[in-house]
Each structure stands twice: as C-alpha cells, then as structure tokens.
Design a binder for this molecule. Structure first.
Ligand code: ACM
Ligand code: ZN
Length: 620
C-alpha cells in the first residue's frame, strides 16, 4: 500500500492537471477551425453533451430538420448518446443545440452563420440552411478528439462566439473519373469531404478520351462500348502495362442518388461533358461523329487525341443536344461544364465538312470554328436554363456571350475573361493541380510532373493584381483539380487531395487578411486527427523535413538548415547515416558538417515518428 501522503499528493497533482486541462481547453491555441472563420471569440464556460441534450430546429423546416438529423447521427457516433431532433417555438430551455433561421443577419449572406456555445446552449443561426450546415461543420471541429473524451469521460465543447461567412461563392474540387472510374460510394464519401471543408462545388469530369462514365439513354453504346478499355494504360505507378480491363459508369439512377446526397450537403454538382476534344471514347462508340468516320480504338496512352467531334457535321450537334438534354434533366446545377480544352485542330483542317462550315459561317480559322461550336452549344443550353463554363481555351476565337471561364493555364485566361466582364473560376495548374507531386518525387507515389506543396497551395491569392476593383468581382472562386492518369484507386485520390484541399478551402473561404501560414500549420495538427477519425488516407508529406545546404568550398564544410511544415516542429536528425530515432538530437539551429556528409532526419511527436525519414547527401 502507498503511504497516504503520496496518494494525497498524487491526487492533488491529478486534480491540478485536470483543472489546467479544463482551463486550457478554452484557449485559442486549442481551437483549430479550418477554414479559419471571420471572427472567433472565446467565451467563458463550456457546453457539455449529456444524456438529456436535445437538438431543436424551427418548426416546419425540413431542411433544418435534415441538418439536425445529421448532427444527431454524428453525436451518436462520437458520444453514444441519442440526441433527438425536436421542432420548437423560440423560447429555449437548457441543454439544447438550436438550429434556426430566425433573427439571422442578412449581412452574412446565404452561407454565413453565427455560432455561439455557452454552458446552457449551442445556437447556430443563418438566413439559409446552407449557413446552418456550415455552422454545424464548425461545431464538429469544436468537438474534442475521441481520445480526449475517453480520458475526461465527458464530451465538452468550449465556449465560443463565431461569426463567419465565405469569401467566394465557388469553392470546389474536380475529380476526373474518365481516366479511372471510382465507385458511387466513394463519390459520396468525397462529397462528405468537400462538405467538411465548407466547399460547395463538385465538378464531376464525366467524359474523357479514356472513358465515358455517364449513362445516356438515347446513346447506349456510349457506356456499353465507351466506358470500357482492354488491358491498356501504361501504369507508371507500377511500371507495368495494366493487364486488367478497366471501366465502369454511373447509371442515371445512381447519378440522381449522388445529386440528392450532394444537395443535402449543400454541394452543387457541375457535370462536365467534354467537347469538341477529349472525346475519343464517344467516337469509338459513334465513329460517325468524327471527321474521318473512324473506326477507332480506346486509347492506350495518356496523350492528347487528334480525333475530335466533327464541327461541320449536323449530326454532331444533334447528338450533343440530345446528350445535354439528358444531362440537364439529371443535374439541377444552373451551370454545365462543356470542356473546351486541348482540342487539336488537325482533323478540322483536312475535313471537307469542317472547311465548308467555316466558309458558310465566315469563320477565319479553326479557332473561330471552335468558338462557333461552343457558342452553338451555349445557345442550346440556355434554352434549358443552363449557362456554360469551359476551360480557358474557350477564349480563343471569341468567348460565347454568357460563358464562365475556368482559368487553368496560369491566370491569363482568368484575367482576360474578367476584363471582358465574364465570370471566372481560378484553377491555375501551378497552385490548383492536385495531380502534381506534393513533395520529393523520390519519396512520393507516382504523380504528374509538377511540384505543388501544401504551403504553395496555401499561398495562392485568386484575385490577380492586374484586375481593378470592378473586374475583380468577376472572380467567383477557386477550385482544385484531381486529374487521374496516375490515380488508379480511391485511396490515392484521398492521398492526392488531402491535406492540400484544406489549404485550398482556406484560400476560398477565409478573408485574406486573416490568413496566416504558421497558424494554419498549427491548426492542421487537429485536422490530421480529423482525417484519421474519418478514415481518410491523407498525405503526411508536408511533415517531411527538407534541407538547404550552404557549402564553404575553402574548408570543405556546409551549413545545414532543416525545415518541416509539420504542426509539430520537433525534428530529430543524424549525421552518421544511421536512422533517426526518438533519442537522436533535436534540431534547433542550422549546424555545420564536414563534407561529404549525409543527414537523415524526421519529425517526431511524443516519441512517435510522424514523417518519413528524409535523407540528403552533400558532396564536397
Ligand atoms: C486541362 O488540364 N486540360 C484542363
Ligand atoms: Zn469535320
């Protein structure tokens, strides 16, 4: 038995540390909301979820009721309690989580919200259900991580008063399901991930040279033939020709199911039907829509295809109008993506029908023929109450009158479009192509060429300085694109998307004056835990140590500087080529080594290695 004195001092110590833990719970440094809200104040006291906690929503408000059910389901998952959803009049009792559209501020717009947490109640208030939904996402981020709840045995939400609204109305991610197909279940999960980042647009790249992924009732061969390829793509990830046939498509019923799922999460799905290029899969199924008449085979490699829709053939337009009629009926989105990128003009130049069209319409070159093509499609879609958006090549040969431009080849397309007073979504490849490497290619799974680190995504400012204040209003938002040439699994989609999507989310949501990389890095510590809780296969690459070496050629030494973008700054390193461990020296300041030398380092947290081991050898 322990002496009484020791037990007592142990108890006191324990008490003191739990009081400290309680107090520190309220400190800002423990709050890690991503994207960062417009205004966040800590208030005294906590809200504790217990057996008697109830959710209340405005009466006769089905949208709020649905959101309440989602909150209830999440609370059940996290606490085990059944927290019921009730419709009530305004006067509130204790121990309540209130979701309401009453007395909301109209300065916060449809997606803004107020969230207050006090010991008596939690209130989320917005003009619109979307704002209430985003308030709920913030509330989720105030939840303790599971391990903390288990230790304290109580589910505590710290007192706060948050006022928040997004900077941009278009905050999106694009997924290319053409190169590789992903299941309906995964697409739904991906929509959940968008929602948790307060993103509101899922750009679904449904057609490609390598696969047509959406059922079109009038043209069954599109998916019977165009959704499948034989053993084809050279897979750089495994350095092999993939011997398995690949394919798949979404039925219209599945599309409706996904659209409804997204709509419940305030995510608009923008379908993309590519034209006039990136269309070989459709031409394999219907070769009569091409300039040469085919026949064609599904492509074996990832290069851009020269065979595209014939712009001189009326059948092409009849086909596309029929396809778009079905697409327009499936997707409530007011805007449809018509592609428009990377359309080689080779076939049009030698096609008598295309040349005859140019002559008849007085078009001076093939760029104007592409512009004719897109304008004609725009005109048709306007009859269905749909506007078009296209990649920035749609500027070439003249922009269709109501088109929105997605600027991807840098920012010039976005600048040009905004100066013509057209809406713009910024997705410049240097900052927004999540198929690029996120770290040293030697330590990464195969990716597309460029390098796009978490820090670089975070640094992006979507409004180009070339625009004046009025033109800047045409920049409607930002989006990252996940092209899937080298992304053959859902797990890898997650790896490429996260955590970079968190940085993009903050670019799209947060007032730029409030952005701060160091603070973002700190908040990411919690975000990584959220990813783990959600089972997301996120990348830890940003935590890896990077090196700079400044050589002194006269004495054969080098000054080595180590850097990590981990929330946890504890780097441990070796200079004797052994693996760094939790007892290797901690890096504080640049140090000098004798050349040649090898440094190995990694980031640790409480003795656990968080990052990969980074190795650099510096020669004399
Ligand atoms: C694109 O990356 N071809 C839009
Ligand atoms: Zn033609």
């Amino acid at each position: 038995m322990l002496p009484k004195k020791i037990i007592l001092s142990f108890l006191l110590l324990h008490l003191a540390s739990s009081i400290f833990a309680q107090q520190s719970q309220g400190l800002d440094k423990h709050l890690s909301i991503i994207p960062k809200p417009l205004s966040l104040k800590e208030t005294s006291g906590n809200f504790i979820i217990g057996k008697k906690t109830k959710i209340y929503v405005d009466g006769n408000n089905n949208s709020l009721k649905k959101i309440g059910e989602m909150l209830s389901a999440q609370l059940k998952l996290e606490t085990g309690y059944d927290v019921s959803v009730n419709e009530v009049p305004v006067k509130m009792m204790k121990n309540a989580i209130i979701l309401t559209q009453n007395d909301a501020s109209d300065t916060l717009g449809t997606e803004g919200y107020k969230l207050s947490v006090s010991p008596q109640k939690v209130i989320i208030k917005s003009l619109h259900p979307a704002g209430v939904f985003y308030g709920m996402q913030t509330l989720f981020q105030l939840f303790p991580v599971k391990s903390e709840t288990q230790i304290k045995g109580r589910f505590i939400i710290p007192g706060v008063a948050i006022i928040d609204k997004p900077r941009f109305g278009w905050r999106g991610l694009m997924l290319d399901v053409g190169r590789y197909f992903y299941s309906v279940d995964f697409i739904k999960k991906y929509i959940d991930y968008l929602a948790m980042h307060k993103m509101n647009t899922f750009h679904w790249h449904l057609t490609e040279d390598h696969g047509w992924r959406i059922e079109i009732k009038k043209y069954p061969k599109l998916t019977q033939i165009g959704a499948w390829r034989e053993a084809t793509q050279y897979d750089r990830a495994t350095s092999q020709i993939d011997q398995n046939p690949h394919g798949g498509y979404y039925t219209q019923d599945q599309i409706r199911e996904v659209v409804a799922y997204a709509s419940d999460r305030f995510v608009n799905i923008v379908p993309e039907i590519e034209m006039p290029g990136h269309t070989l899969a459709a031409l394999v199924a219907y070769p009569e829509l091409s300039c040469t008449g085919g026949p064609f085979k599904m492509p074996l490699f990832w290069n851009i295809q020269k065979d595209v829709y014939c712009a001189g053939n009326e059948q092409t337009f009849e086909f596309l109008e029929n396809v778009l009629t079905e697409v327009a009926a499936l997707f409530p989105s007011p805007i449809i993506h018509i592609g428009g990128d990377e359309c080689p003009k080779d076939r049009w130049k030698s096609c008598p029908k295309c040349q005859a069209r140019m002559k008849a319409e007085g078009l001076k070159d093939e760029h104007e023929l592409q512009s004719y093509f897109i304008r004609r499609i725009e005109k048709f879609l306007l009859t269905k109450n749909k506007r078009i958006i296209g990649w920035d090549e749609i500027l070439e040969g003249g922009l269709a009158p109501n088109a929105t431009v997605m600027s991807w080849r840098g920012i010039q397309g976005g600048i040009a479009a905004a100066k013509q007073h057209h809406d713009v979504v910024m997705t410049p490849s240097d900052y927004a192509y999540f198929d690029y490497y996120q770290g040293d290619p030697y330590q990464e799974p195969v990716a597309f060429g460029g390098l796009l680190t978490l820090e670089k995504v975070y640094s992006y400012e979507p409004v180009p300085s070339e625009l004046n204040a009025k033109e800047a209003l045409f920049i409607k938002g930002v989006q990252a694109n996940i092209w899937s040439e080298f992304i053959h699994s859902a797990e890898k989609v997650e790896y490429m998307s996260f955590p970079r999507a968190a940085a993009l989310a903050e670019v799209g949501w947060t007032d730029p004056k409030l952005k701060n990389w160091e603070d973002f890095k700190r908040r990411m510590g919690m975000q990584y835990k959220r990813y783990e809780n959600a089972g997301i296969n996120y990348s830890k690459t940003a935590m890896n140590v990077t090196y700079t070496a400044v050589k002194n050629n006269t004495d054969g030494t080098a000054i080595i500087t180590l850097k990590t973008n981990s929330y946890q700054p504890e780097i441990r390193y070796t200079i004797d080529a052994t693996e760094p461990t939790e007892s290797s020296p901690i890096y504080y300041n640049p140090f000098t080594i004798k050349l040649p030398g090898t440094i190995k380092s990694a980031v640790f947290e409480k003795g656990v290695k968080l990052s990969k081991v980074s190795i650099t050898s510096v020669l004399r």
